[in-house]
Structure formats: structure tokens, C-alpha cells
Design a protein around this ligand. Sequence first.
Ligand code: NAD
Ligand code: UDP
Ligand code: UDP
Length: 386
Amino acid sequence: MEPMNIDKIDNMDEALLKIQELEKRLKDIEYRIPKKYPEVKFLTYKDRKRILVTGGAGFVGSHLVDRLMMEGHEVIVVDNFFTGRKRNVEHWIGHENFELIHHDIVNPLYIEVDQIYHLASPASPPHYMYNPVKTIKTNTVGTINMLGLAKRVGARVLIASTSEVYGDPEVHPQTESYWGHVNPIGPRACYDEAKRVSETLAYSYDKQENVEVRVARIFNTYGPRMHMNDGRVVSNFILQALTGQDITIYGSGQQTRSFQYVTDLVDGLVKLQNSNYSLPVNLGNPEEHTIEEFAVIIHKMVGGKSHIVHKEAMEDDPQRRKPDITRAKNILGWQPVVSLQEGIKKTVNYFRKELMRSKHSERNLHSPVDASNINKVHKAGDYNDF
Ligand code: NAD
Ligand code: UDP
Ligand code: UDP
């Protein structure tokens, strides 16, 4: 690059041009500075595990990846980027303990691992209804492939199941012993029934092939890195409130949900994977709200001029949902610790930042800094500057 001659600047326009040139040079230099990673714990060969996270570039998966990386494990993410994004894990790309494989788990996968977290599947109703046959394949053929892989290499596998296995429940709150109430031919069936088969497959491989399995029944989860347009209630309401659009309640708004913050879920998933318990375990926050109450909470927290409006009800929408978490408390010593206020605040901040983003090059600054359970092990502020 030509050196710049400051003496030649004789008017404002020229000065502005020079400033732009300097800014460009600074950017070029910044690109050449080696990438910094959060400082991960060092584990010796004896304690370090090779862990596969399917769907690791998605919302929940990317937070789980942060947790496992920070603990010092080798993490392999397998994702087809249907609903996930490289951006969710971009802060690990290039790290010696991290690998990202673009692969659809409906196809076989031959790698060597010690543990598997099997999360790959669209999760929001609009996403899983978009291509119902593919949703079924991912949760059946994909699960068989992961169980086949676990069988071949002797790995333990945790299946991300869902509260949807209870369907529109007649038992409240839902305990793990409840068999559920699912319409097998309704619009949600491609997800609900496929997840039920996924559980059945896990226990069949357990019985027949001695594969070690763990089954987490995950209830509604929210937090930073949720897909902004996934059509779920949390992302819809926050986005609508931030952009001044109507906040859309489907149906009466008297249906209920219980929302858990993503770091609580990650904590539960890791505890379950490393426990000796193989039957299904509910992971969710038992604080229950009607959707109408929830709309008011978000509206108040975000502010703005949105109106709360009612739209047509969704077909087969479960009317009440709240986990009974006695099993998780007794067996894993786990319960959620992040309050709705605190979790929503972090999520709103993330959505705000994402809405202001204007360039690809802007880093995804929601980093492991935010993971409250990690901050207990590592000093808070350790990763503020990456
Ligand atoms: P998400 O859509 O953000 O993540 C899913 C990830 O799986 C994405 O990265 C996607 O690209 C990937 N994927 C989908 N199909 C794939 C395929 N065939 N091959 C490879 N990758 C594929 O969803 P999420 O909210 O992070 O959910 C993760 C898991 O947790 C899912 O199994 C979901 O069913 C379960 N779950 C989530 C919730 C919740 O509220 N978020 C509730 C219950 C269960
Ligand atoms: N599989 C895989 N990776 C492996 C081992 C198996 O993807 O490392 C797939 C394989 O394609 C197979 C499925 O898992 O179709 C089930 O494997 P299993 O050994 O149970 O069945 P089989 O190969 O006997 O049909
Ligand atoms: N919902 C709503 N408005 C929206 C999105 C969702 O009222 O803009 C309702 C939906 O009908 C359901 C609840 O919020 O009763 C939770 O929906 P979500 O899609 O988040 O997940 P679900 O728990 O149904 O899988």
C-alpha cells in the first residue's frame, strides 16, 4: 500500500476521503490479527472426551457446544444448516478442539466418538411442518444412524426428545410416567410421533444392543441465538414488540406454556448425560403462564407501541403444558435457576443487537460470557474481549 502524505490534505472533502482510506487500512490490519478464542479448560487425554453434537449449529446445540468446549472436551458438530447457522458457533471455528461437519444425519456417518448428544431436528412448529416427511426421516432414520454409530463405537447417546410426546395432555403437570395424548394424523404428528419413535428406538437399541441411552424430554426453551423468524411464541412476541408490530396471540390466549432459559437446559442435559439414569427425564421450568399473560410480560419489558391482537387458533395446539420435574430434582439434583425476567432481558438484548446488525463481518457477540453456569467455573469477564 502507498504511504499517505498528510501535507497534501488541503480541504474537507479530501480529509474525509483520507479518513475513509485510513479506516479501510485499519480494517485490513484487523483481519490479519489472529482470531482469539475463549480460554478453555485443559483436560488431559484421560479426562478429555470426543463428543458429537448433532444439530450443534442450532439454538440449543450451540449453547451446549459452548459448555462442552469450555470444559475442555473435543467437540464435533454435525449439522445440515436447515435451521442452524455457522454464525452460532463461529467463535470456535479453527480451535484445535472443535470440528464442524456439514452433513445430513439421514445419511450414515462414520466417525469415532465417546459421547453423542443427538439434537438434530427442526424444533419450531413452522419449521417442522415445512417438510413433514423430512422431519420424520430426521427423527427416525437419523436417530437409527446415531444409535448405529453409538453401537459401533461403544458411545453413550443422549436423545433430545420433547414435551410434545405428551401431545395435548390430559394429565397436568406432566410426569414422565404419562403416555401422552397425540393425534397421529394431525399437523404436529410429523414431529410428535417421530420423537416418540426416536424414544422407542433408543430403548430398543438399549435392550437389543446394549447401547447406553439417555432421554431428555425438553419443554419450551428460549434465549439468545433463537432463530428470529422461527415463528415460536418467544421470538414472535419479542420481534413484534421491538419492531412495533401487533403482538399476535393465536386463539384465546388461555393455553399455557412454561418457559426455561437455555443455560438451565444445557446444565440439565450435561447432568443427565453423565448420570447413571437411563429412563426419560423432563427438563423444563415449572413456572406456568397463559400465552395472554406472556404477551403482556413481553410488551411491558420491551415497551413500544405494539397492540396485542388475537388471531385464529392453531390446529391441535396443546392447551396446558407444565413439567413435573421431581425426577430431575431427585436423580440429577437439577432445577432451573434463571428467572423469566432475567432470561427474557438477555434474549431481548440479543434480538436488539441482531436487528441493528448491518454487516456479515460483525461478530456474534453473544458468547459464553453469558452462560451463567459456566461463570461459576470460570471467572466472569474471562471472555469479554473476544
Ligand atoms: P434448532 O432448529 O435451532 O436446531 C436444530 C438443529 O438441527 C439446526 O442447527 C438444524 O440445522 C439441525 N438439523 C435439522 N435437521 C438436520 C438433519 N437432517 N441433519 C443434520 N442437522 C439437522 O432447534 P433447537 O431449539 O436448538 O432444538 C434442538 C433440539 O431440541 C431438537 O431436537 C428439538 O426437537 C429439541 N427440543 C427443543 C425445544 C425448544 O424449545 N427449543 C423443546 C423441545 C425439544
Ligand atoms: N451407522 C452409521 N454410522 C456408524 C454405524 C452405523 O451411520 O458408525 C448407520 C448405518 O448406516 C446403519 C444404521 O446406522 O444403517 C444402523 O446401524 P446398525 O448397526 O444398528 O444396523 P445395520 O447396519 O445392521 O443395519
Ligand atoms: N403462539 C401465539 N402467537 C405466536 C406464536 C405462538 O399465541 O405468534 C402460541 C401457540 O399457539 C402456542 C404457544 O404460543 O399455544 C407456544 O407456541 P410455540 O410455537 O412457541 O411452541 P409450542 O409449545 O406450541 O411447540
